[in-house]
Design a protein around this ligand. Structure first.
Ligand code: PLP
Length: 405
């Protein structure tokens, strides 16, 4: 079955649904693995935690970048061993730490948290190796660093290393993540260069070879038609050179890149049905099922744009990338009659507008509207609880064409 046939079949049972394509997801994991043979990958589960998606990506050899205790547990239940699960997030509670410790590697996000990990290790009568998320003295674009709620300032990390007997806790890895959705490979290569330099400095201070360095995310995807795709080969070439240099003194350190949107962002679509159509003062409205509360990013993009004085408002990842961050498609053919319509959702708020006065094939009740780029930060971000609406379904098309839901 092709995608159109699958949509036609699924719309008989669902008024709104996500459709994820495993074949395309695996093409993306393959592209990463082939371009970076010496690097390990983590999947950032928060971008799409659908169990079929998660399992599929883990089966491609990816570990887990877990952002909560819930994700640590989900990763373990999906079959990942402890040393492939990394738990990095601000504000972990003592309970989060206690329950996560036996199942993953914890990346401490503050000096206080290191104290809480120490306490948990005492309670469990164990010694633990942890990583620290460093807020470095460089920015993503290579300027000086700045304040952040994430991680521990580089200077504080080095103070800590020199002044503390860590007791039951040993810091054996570092994690740096400063930005998502970058499309310039050169910027990312320079950022990696700075992290390798930081790692060398860290090793000098602690006197042993680090177990791992997590270079964070950053690899972006083209959302808008005017975006050029990320040049993975260019980043791979430069990273290989950096690694060759780094390996001279650090033969064993595991190097990791974590990514969410690169592997799933473009490999999911959102399908929503026309529930009603109406004319008001000469304007045509299509009322769709579950927009703001099913796939929030299009409505948010419209809101951000309408409140911003800028022509192109700054992205606020992962909630908003740009106004034209998805295409709006139908199943009608090229020649079918067109009309000017405004697309809204079925909630009792005027804020769930996806598009205003656009030209679209003429649709009737029961026809579908398709939104692209709905694989990441889509289902997971939706306020499903608002007005107790039915949730969109999530359909996973397996590599061999099977349908899982
Ligand atoms: C969300 C997040 C990611 C994933 O970002 P993508 O742009 O989806 O690749 C990676 N690392 C950290 C620390 C994150 O918070």
């Amino acid at each position: 079955m092709n995608i159109k046939e699958i949509i036609l079949e699924q719309k008989e049972n669902h008024d709104s649904f996500y459709l994820y394509d495993e074949r395309r997801i695996i093409a993306c994991t393959d592209a990463l693995k082939q371009n970076f043979p010496d690097i390990s990958f983590l999947y950032s589960m928060k971008c799409n935690s659908n169990p079929h998606v998660v399992k599929s990506i883990f089966s491609q050899g990816f570990g887990a970048d877990a952002a909560s205790l819930g994700e640590v547990i989900a990763a373990e239940e999906s079959g990942l061993p402890k040393d492939h699960i990394y738990y990095s997030a601000p504000g972990k509670s003592a309970k989060d730490i206690r329950q996560a410790l036996p199942h993953c590697t914890i990346i401490a996000d503050s000096i206080h948290e290191i104290g809480r990990i120490q306490k948990a290790a005492e309670e469990l009568n164990t010694c633990v190796h942890i990583g620290v998320r460093v807020n470095p003295e460089f920015s993503f674009y290579g300027e000086s660093g700045h304040c952040s709620k994430f991680g521990i300032d580089e200077a504080q990390v080095f103070d800590f290393l020199s002044g503390n007997d860590c007791g039951r806790v040993k810091i054996t890895g570092i994690h740096v993540h400063l930005k998502s959705q970058e499309l310039n490979a050169e910027v990312l290569a320079n950022y990696y260069r700075n992290i390798f330099a930081l790692a060398e400095k860290f090793q000098d201070a602690c006197g042993f070879e680090l177990e791992y360095i997590n270079l964070g995310s950053g690899i972006g995807i083209p959302y808008s038609a005017s975006d050029s795709p990320f040049n993975l080969e260019a980043l791979a070439r430069q990273t290989k050179d950096l690694l060759r240099q780094f390996r001279l003194t650090n033969p064993h350190t595991k190097i990791m890149i974590e990514t969410g949107r690169y592997v799933v962002g473009k490999n999911g679509i959102y399908v929503t049905k026309v529930m009603d159509r109406k004319e008001s003062y000469g304007k045509t409205y299509l009322i769709l099922k579950n927009t703001l509360n099913g796939f929030i990013r299009p409505s948010l993009a419209k809101l951000v744009k309408s409140y911003s004085p800028d022509q192109n408002p700054q992205p606020t990842e992962p909630l908003f990338t740009c106004e034209d961050a998805f295409e709006i498609l139908t199943l009608k053919d090229e020649k079918s009659p067109k009309e000017k319509v405004t697309l809204t959702g079925n909630l009792c708020t005027a804020a769930d507008v996806i598009a205003e006065d656009i030209t679209l094939a003429r649709l009737q009740e029961g026809d579908v509207v398709i939104l692209t780029n709905a694989g990441s930060y889509a289902a997971v971000l939706s306020p499903f609880q608002f007005s107790s609406q039915e949730r969109p379904a999530e359909i996973f098309v397996t590599e061999d064409g099977g349908i899982l839901s």
